[in-house]
Design a protein around this ligand. Structure first.
Ligand code: PAF
Length: 281
């Protein structure tokens, strides 16, 4: 399995593959890979001849008080997981390989980024869209794979690709969960054992919200309150947001009569975790 660090090396290898008629899939990640990433890589390798996994902790999508410096990294483990799951190449650039000193071009998706995590993390999606655009331009994949756990990120990237005619098919992949329902995340590693137990409250609260919807509740405020009350029953949980939005425009809804995304962000101790479900009417 090849590990390369510069955009030039990626381009050279991908050009050779394309010359041989191979299709290329891309799985963009920030590393510290877990089974959730593994499922993306496996899907990508089923659907493409060659799979590139990017491992890059993208500095421009972190706010000044966020966890850029402490974000977990383990390239050795990542390499093993990528090769077990059928990946062909890791692209692991340094920040200076991706951003030259006078870098000043960014990709901004409006509207969809004003609520949910966008409201809490100013500049985050500008950083995500910029790095994803760069990765698309460097790798030039036919398909790119994103997890549904980051539901807003997925919606924003789909919109960017549509609006800017980017020739990449975005493939959404289901959330992978631990046995007790906690969504897999590289940030779960920050949790102490007490916090880890408390973190199941995210999935529990969403299940209660979903149960209300399936039994016919259509008032978004009522469903949100069911979720909030469940979260508030856990002393270690502090709600960042609980929102119900239209699944494509991500605009808040009051009466549920279309496909919706229910998304939450919750602090367990100092660790901010997100989770969601979609409900299609
Ligand atoms: O979801 C992530 O891990 C990151 O936001 C992404 C898409 C790799 C961009 O840095």
């Amino acid at each position: 399995m090849k590990i390369v660090n510069t955009p030039e090396e990626v381009r050279k290898q991908v050009a050779l593959w394309k010359k041989e008629g191979f299709s290329v899939g891309l799985v963009p990640t920030m590393g510290f890979l877990h089974e959730g990433h593994g499922s993306l890589i496996k899907k990508a390798s089923e659907e493409n001849d060659k799979v590139v996994v990017s491992v890059f902790v993208n500095p421009i999508q972190f706010g000044p008080s966020e966890d850029l410096a402490s974000y977990p990294r383990d390239l050795k483990h990542d390499t093993e997981l990528v090769s077990e799951c059928g990946g062909d190449m890791i692209f692991s650039p340094s920040p200076s390989d991706m951003y030259c000193e006078d870098f000043c071009s960014f990709v901004d998706v409006e509207n969809l980024t004003s609520g949910l995590c966008g409201a809490k993390r100013p500049g985050h999606f500008r950083g995500v869209c910029t790095v994803v655009t760069k990765l698309f331009n460097i790798v030039q994949p036919e398909r790119a794979y994103f997890g549904q756990k980051d539901a807003q990120q997925l919606a924003v990237i789909k919109r960017m690709v549509r609006d800017l005619n980017v020739p990449v098919t975005i493939v959404p992949c289901p959330i992978v969960r631990e046995a007790d329902g906690l969504a897999k995340s590289s940030r779960n590693t920050y949790l102490s054992s007490e916090e880890r137990k408390a973190a199941v409250i995210l999935n529990k609260s969403l299940k209660k919200g979903l149960a209300a919807l399936t039994s016919g509740e259509r008032n978004a405020e009522v469903v949100k309150n069911i979720i909030k009350d469940t979260l508030n029953s856990e002393p270690l949980a502090k709600i960042d947001y609980v929102e119900i939005v239209d699944s494509s425009a991500l605009a808040p809804v009051t009466n549920i009569n279309s496909s919706i995304l229910t998304a939450i962000a919750v602090y367990i101790g100092k660790t901010r975790l997100i989770d969601n479900f979609t409900f299609n009417l």
